[in-house]
Design a protein around this ligand. Structure first.
Ligand code: NAD
Length: 480
């Protein structure tokens, strides 16, 4: 692949910014250099916010049908570039090329979904007096900041613009510092399809780029996807400059509960599907904790081992690979450190290090890793790995199992397997989770709210609630 110099987009211009510093990007499968993106500065953010602010009035003045059509053009342009993006993203990010079609589908689909919903941006009327009427209007915030993580760079970059744009806002988007290159393709698409300043893209590090967006007084609404630690920092920074609406999509340590009447093979297979090995477990919704009734522990464990041994780890750009590397050296070190703690706390059944073989001497690979004899107090049971790591905890008492399921700071996704509908619904109500799957995992459809509770976040996305959350309500009373 030719070495890529990735542009930012500010005020309709593809630009390399004002700082003159670069972030080098390497292929996590090979550690070979792939390209570079500008290390954006606070000045670049200020220019992007100013461009968004000056474009926003005209953008909000477009008819809903003009905005709808431009969102549809964005979807079509994403589809045209889908193969380029998939090739680049597999090399730059480490997600397997065989599965990247899903990300591209989601990017285009999100634009089309919010284009279709655009006429649902409605207020209400209330008859207050015989001679009067109260109305509510939904209006855009103005400039929206969106900050996205490394695990699906193109999908998050694109999808996170759809709802704010549909609602009449302009966007300043910060891309992740590892795997920044595919955002250059999105920048080219936006420069072609949208009026100048409607979407602005700044690459760079959390400090200064993300932080400057979060605390900029003209950014009235922030949508963040990433870790709890950064979510807390963004809330603090946002609160220091102005009153802002902040929504957060954060991490998870997601349980999959197996009741004694469940089919152990189906439950284990769902845990494998839910872990998302194609992304090396780097998914916020990964089913990383299997809480299995003691009577099924052996069968579920046996099936997990069988399925995890069959995973073909390899170069993410090879269509035969089921799982690629972790995203970066730093992230691999983080996952390894947690796994090393797990080795001291629990019983390691498989993995725990690089896969064996000379082909894994380079690249940030980690073998599919399985721990058993895990208890709720252990670090490996409580901290998000964001890697291909599953833990098995067994239980006999239902109340103790619910306490185990709720025994982390998170509340993103949960899955449970039982044929008893009463037990299923009782458990779904008791487990504190934003998204719960009964007899399945990873079932998520655009239109159904996706988002965490507790420290997993604030605010549902990919649904009408997300679209409306990019508007604020004004009340108007008219005396007739
Ligand atoms: P991260 O929090 O380290 O970084 C996310 C983004 O925030 C990056 O663009 C980064 O540069 C930026 N950032 C860092 N410090 C900042 C600061 N002080 N102010 C503003 N921005 C700052 O997360 P990550 O490691 O890139 O992603 C992994 C995390 O994201 C995991 O915890 C995962 O669960 C979570 N995630 C959640 C969802 C969801 O929908 N709930 C989806 C994907 C990932």
């Amino acid at each position: 692949m030719e070495y890529i110099t990735c542009p930012m987009l500010i005020g309709g211009e593809l630009t390399y910014g004002s700082g003159g510093e670069w972030i080098e990007s390497i292929d996590p499968s090979t550690e070979e250099p792939l390209g570079r993106a500008p290390a954006g500065t606070a000045g670049d953010v200020n220019a992007a916010v100013a461009a968004a602010k000056s474009a926003q009035h005209a953008w909000a003045e477009t008819t809903i049908w003009e905005r709808r059509d431009m969102l549809r053009q964005l979807a079509a342009a994403v589809r045209e570039r889908a193969e380029d993006v998939a090739r680049l993203e597999a090399a730059d990010g480490g997600n397997t090329i065989a599965n990247l079609g899903n990300d591209l589908f989601k990017s285009a689909n999100q634009f089309e979904y919010f284009a279709g919903l655009i006429s649902e941006i409605k207020g209400e009327t209330m008859n207050t007096l015989s001679s009067g009427m109260h109305m509510s209007w939904r209006v855009p915030y103005g400039v929206v900041g969106r900050i996205v993580p490394f695990n699906h760079p193109f999908m998050f970059a694109t999808a996170s613009c759809a709802a704010p744009l549909a609602a009449g806002n302009c966007v300043v988007l910060k891309t992740p510092e590892t795997s920044p290159l595919s955002a250059g393709i999105f920048a080219e698409i936006c420069a072609r399809v949208l009026p100048a300043g409607v979407v602005n893209i700044v690459s760079g590090y959390g400090l200064p780029v993300g932080d400057t967006i979060a605390r900029h007084a003209d950014v009235r609404r922030i949508g963040f996807t990433g870790s709890v630690r950064t979510g807390l920092a963004i809330q603090r920074a946002a609160a220091e400059s102005a009153i802002k609406h902040v929504t957060l999509e954060l991490g998870g340590k997601n349980p999959l509960i197996v009741f004694p009447d469940a089919d152990p093979v189906k439950a284990a297979d769902a845990a494998i599907a839910g872990m998302n090995f194609a992304w090396a477990g780097q998914s916020c919704g990964s089913t990383s904790r299997v809480l299995v009734h003691e009577s099924l522990r052996a069968k579920v464990t046996e099936r997990l081992v069988e399925r995890m041994q069959a995973i073909r780890v390899g170069n993410a750009s090879d269509p035969a690979s089921d799982m690629g590397p972790l995203n970066s050296a730093a992230h691999r070190d983080r996952v390894q450190a947690l796994v090393d703690i797990g080795k001291r706390e629990a019983t390691l059944l498989m993995g725990g290090n690089r896969p064996e073989g000379a082909q894994f001497d380079r690249g940030f690979f980690m073998a599919p890793t399985l721990f058993t004899d895990v208890t709720a107090d252990m670090t490996i049971a409580r901290e998000e790995a964001f890697g291909p790591v599953i833990t098995i905890q067994s239980w006999t008492d239902e109340d103790a199992m619910i306490a185990m399921a709720n025994g982390t700071e998170f509340g993103l996704t949960a899955s449970l397997f039982t044929n008893d509908i009463t037990k299923a619904l009782r458990t779904a109500a008791a487990v504190e989770s934003g998204v719960t799957n009964i007899n399945g995992a990873r079932m998520h459809f655009v239109g159904a709210p996706f988002g965490g509770i507790r420290n997993s976040g604030l605010g549902g996305e990919e649904c009408l609630e997300e679209l409306l959350s990019y508007t604020e309500t004004r009340s108007v009373h008219i005396t007739l």
